[in-house]
Each structure stands twice: as structure tokens, then as C-alpha cells.
Write a protein that binds this ligand. Structure first.
Ligand SMILES: Nc1nc2c(ncn2[C@@H]2O[C@H](COP(=O)(O)OP(=O)(O)OP(=O)(O)O)[C@@H](O)[C@H]2O)c(=O)[nH]1
Ligand SMILES: [Mg+2]
Length: 283
């Protein structure tokens, strides 16, 4: 059996080399390797993030060591104006590829990327949505239950930055539960340092208003892309495991001078809590 697998792998490698598909081959081998996260990944800048944890913490590390956690999947939605570089960002991370030609996303695409966080398998399900107005309805129907909202803009196009709050408002209507928000500026390779610094000031203001963590990346060079998704995975994993630990425990906790015992919600209570009306949503 092993020989059969080995032979087919050799055949596949040979066929790929013959076809000159070195890049594709490389990408597919990498795809089956999960990315390990054992240390807490830092933000792009510690001043432009609302997420101030700086380690997984003893409780989470101990829980993961015991291996009594099941597989977790986090849904990431990637939104933003047309041609800002959403697909390029996802392709750079998931396939280590960059294509100079623009091909509009029609509706929505998705990728799954495997991680191994503190020894526990963890998947990011990344939904790459279309920025074109005519596909907005289709794309918006995939916004629900996102654990991460990634709003993307082009660092060389201030208008795309100005639209980010609107993109976030629309995605927030479908996501009233806990989620992380990222504001990602792309195409950093096209800007000189002085120009980048001017844009960054505007982006930082926007990130603060949106309560988002700010990143600037280049899908062409790969600068910052892997670090961004590693950070996304770590924050999501951390939040999910914490929530799970809290929902399993009925331990008394101290709030100020009072000691209270957390009560598990009934199914209907939880449902009601998850679906409050959003004032920003159109009626
Ligand atoms: N130089 C440079 N070009 C980029 C970068 N990211 C994307 N591009 C280019 O920008 C164009 C648009 O990129 P896409 O990733 O297709 O944009 P999109 O946001 O997915 O567009 P829609 O699917 O229509 O919403 C393409 O020509 C890319 O090659 C980058 O980091 N650097
Ligand atoms: Mg696209």
C-alpha cells in the first residue's frame, strides 16, 4: 500500500515537473501541511488593535494539553470594494500564488486552511466575497455566523478605505455574536514609504472607529500575509476555546465583592440572545 502511494507521488511529481508546474506542486504539498502555532502571534502594531491578550494563557494551554477538545472551525469573511485585492490575499495565503491579472470574483469563493494550535487541529474557513455591486446580494447571504470579519481596502485608493465602515456595518447586521474585526490594507508594495505613512494615519483612524485590528500587507511579495492569517487563527482559536471552557463550567465567579454562579441558558434563551434586532439593518 505504502509503495503504491509512493509510486503515485513520484508519478505526480514527475508529471508536474514535465508540465513545468513547480509552483502548483509546491502549493499543493504545502496545502496538506497544517501550520503550527505554539506561540502567541503579535499584532501588526500593538497600538492599533483592540485585542490585548499577549499569550494563550495557562488555562487554555492546560486544556489543550489534555486533548479533550474537538476540531474547531472558524469562519472568516473577506469583504471590501471591487479589485482591492481580496482574492489575491486569500490566494497568496492558501496557495502561495500571486496573479497580476484581475479576474473578478463572481458571488463568493471559499478555501479551508488547516492549523495546529497548541497541538489541537483548527481550521479557518475563508470566504472570499465579490466586491462588485451586482454580486453584493449573493455575497451578503454568506456573511452569517462569521467569527472573523476582514474588511479589505487598497492602500493606494483612499475611496476604498472610506467605504470600509459601510462594509463592516453590512456584515455586522448578520453577525451580532462575538467576532473579531480586521482592517487590512493591501498592495503595500506599490507605495513609497513616505506615501505609506500618510495613508497609514488615515487607516489607523478608521481602524479605531471600527474597533478593528489594522494590518498592511502585500500579496505580490507576501509581506505580512502569513503573519496576518496566523494572528486571525490564534485569536479565533483562543476565543472559541475560552467560550467552550466557560460554557462547560458552572463555577462561582467573583464580580466585585459579590460571588455569583453562572447559569447555563436554556435553548430558547440562547436563541433569543443571539438574535437581537440590528438597528443598522434595512427593514
Ligand atoms: N502590486 C500589487 N497588486 C495587487 C496586490 N493585490 C492584488 N493586486 C492586483 O489587484 C487586482 C485586483 O485583485 P483581486 O484580488 O482580484 O481583487 P478583489 O478584491 O478580489 O476583486 P473582486 O473579486 O472583484 O471584488 C489584480 O490585478 C491583482 O493582481 C498586491 O498586493 N500588490
Ligand atoms: Mg475577488
Amino acid at each position: 500500500m505504502k509503495t503504491k502511494v509512493l509510486l503515485s507521488s513520484i508519478f505526480f511529481i514527475a508529471a508536474s515537473v514535465v508540465n513545468g508546474n513547480f509552483m502548483m506542486l509546491n502549493a499543493s504539498i504545502l496545502k496538506y501541511k497544517s501550520q503550527r502555532i505554539n506561540d502567541w502571534p503579535p499584532p501588526f502594531s500593538s497600538e492599533i488593535t483592540p485585542y490585548n491578550e499577549n499569550d494563550f494563557g495557562t488555562l487554555i494551554r492546560r486544556t489543550c494539553e489534555n486533548k479533550n477538545l474537538t476540531l474547531r472551525i472558524s469562519k472568516v469573511i473577506v469583504i471590501g470594494d471591487v479589485a482591492v485585492g481580496k482574492t489575491s490575499l486569500v490566494n497568496r495565503f492558501c496557495h502561495r500564488l500571486f496573479d497580476n491579472n484581475y479576474k473578478a470574483t463572481i458571488g463568493v469563493d471559499f478555501e479551508v486552511e488547516r492549523f495546529d494550535v497548541l497541538g489541537v487541529p483548527f481550521h479557518l474557513q475563508i470566504w472570499d466575497t465579490a466586491g462588485q455591486e451586482r454580486f453584493k446580494c449573493i455575497a451578503a447571504s454568506y456573511y452569517r455566523s462569521a467569527n472573523v470579519i476582514m474588511v479589505v481596502f487598497d492602500l493606494g485608493n483612499l475611496m476604498s478605505l472610506m467605504h470600509c465602515q459601510q462594509w463592516l456595518n453590512e456584515a455586522s447586521c448578520s453577525n451580532v455574536g462575538l467576532h473579531h474585526i480586521f482592517l487590512v490594507g493591501t498592495k503595500k508594495d506599490l507605495l513609497s514609504h513616505p506615501v505609506y505613512e500618510i495613508i497609514e494615519k488615515r487607516a489607523v483612524e478608521a481602524a479605531k472607529r471600527m474597533r478593528a485590528e489594522y494590518w498592511a500587507v502585500s500579496s505580490r511579495t507576501g509581506n505580512g500575509v502569513s503573519e496576518l492569517f496566523t494572528r486571525v487563527a490564534a485569536l479565533s482559536f483562543h476565543a472559541m476555546v475560552l467560550r467552550e471552557i466557560q460554557s462547560l463550567k458552572l463555577e462561582p465567579i467573583n464580580i466585585g465583592s459579590a460571588t455569583i454562579t453562572l447559569k447555563r441558558h436554556s435553548k430558547t434563551e440562547t436563541k433569543r440572545q443571539r438574535m437581537p434586532k440590528c438597528s443598522k439593518c434595512p427593514t
